[in-house]
Design a protein around this ligand. Sequence first.
Ligand SMILES: CC(C)(COP(=O)(O)OP(=O)(O)OC[C@H]1O[C@@H](n2cnc3c(N)ncnc32)[C@H](O)[C@@H]1OP(=O)(O)O)[C@@H](O)C(=O)NCCC(=O)NCCS
Ligand SMILES: CC(=O)OP(=O)(O)O
Length: 329
Amino acid sequence: MGDLFTEIKAHVASHKPRIVLPEGTDERVLTAAAKLAADGIVKPIVIGEEAEIHALASQWGIEVEGLTIYDPVTYPHFAEMVAAFVERRKGKETTDTAQMRLKDVNYFGTMLVYMEKADGLVSGAAHSTGDTVRPALQIIKTAPGMKRTSGVFVMVKDEQKFVFADCAINIAPNEEELAEIAVATAETAKLFAIEPKVAMLSFSTLGSASSQETKKVAAATKLAQTARPDLLIDGEFQFDAAFVPAVAQKKAPDSPLRGEANVFIFPSLESGNLGYKIAQRLGGYDAIGPILQGLNKPVNDLSRGCNTDDVYKLCLITGMQAIGQTVTG
Ligand SMILES: CC(C)(COP(=O)(O)OP(=O)(O)OC[C@H]1O[C@@H](n2cnc3c(N)ncnc32)[C@H](O)[C@@H]1OP(=O)(O)O)[C@@H](O)C(=O)NCCC(=O)NCCS
Ligand SMILES: CC(=O)OP(=O)(O)O
């Protein structure tokens, strides 16, 4: 893992993208922003009232000299931002509602990215996922060809890297949505030098149980395989059949996955969110994310349970997305 982030740091530092951190009054966020600025890797823009941030920084012993701080209340381009927001949300917001909405740090930060005054955003240390990502869904929107945004975690322990999805956004994806999530996640895995072997997870392996839920995953598997025959995607699989070669030999002897999956697509948000937190808290994996895929520009969420290192690493990944770089090693 050390190596993965060493490479990411080198790429990102050569471009120094501007990353907005709307939660400037959160100690973990402010600490990570100060470290990123001091390391010269990204240019952090923190949002909040300047005097309050300076007071908090001195209380927490954080050096914020040189950090860019924007306060929505005193931001000189606020009127321009309001107009751009009303235009983007045509028919859904008025100047009055926009003025109110853009005082919210996540709406304000997302508009900085939309208006190209920043290259990416990381938030969610102190906000729920809904409040963090809703502005991005409404303003940044999905990239051409993508119907849904979804959220992945890169799970890392020592030299092991796995990708889990969707752990953040789509509560009950249907078979088309699940297929799209699988393909998008396979592509995201490649950003981290993971050659994707994708398992579509269920409580059934290749028809060992039959219900609406298992049939949905089987159908999603077929859709994903048809859409992208170049990718290795198989299912529906229980986790052991996807991950343990000896179990795969028994339950799915003809599958090309052979119990070697490294990308896991969960059938629902319930299972995906629980799954990543169990691997993180019981399994001791570093959980980097949720990294949002399918958006026009990089906006990423954090868990409210994150630490400073999680904020720092997600900013590096956001920077990497912003400069369109992938990891090689
Ligand atoms: C993500 C989430 C907040 C969006 O729901 P919502 O706020 O009710 O969104 P709405 O249905 O009002 O849609 C708002 C906008 O986002 C868009 N949108 C909603 N879900 C989307 C998705 N998955 N991908 C892309 N766009 C999406 C809608 O099309 C709509 O756009 P529009 O206003 O331009 O028409 C909701 O799905 C959610 O709460 N998910 C669970 C999040 C969570 O708690 N995760 C666990 C912790 S990580
Ligand atoms: C990703 C996630 O689960 O976020 P939170 O813990 O903030 O709900």
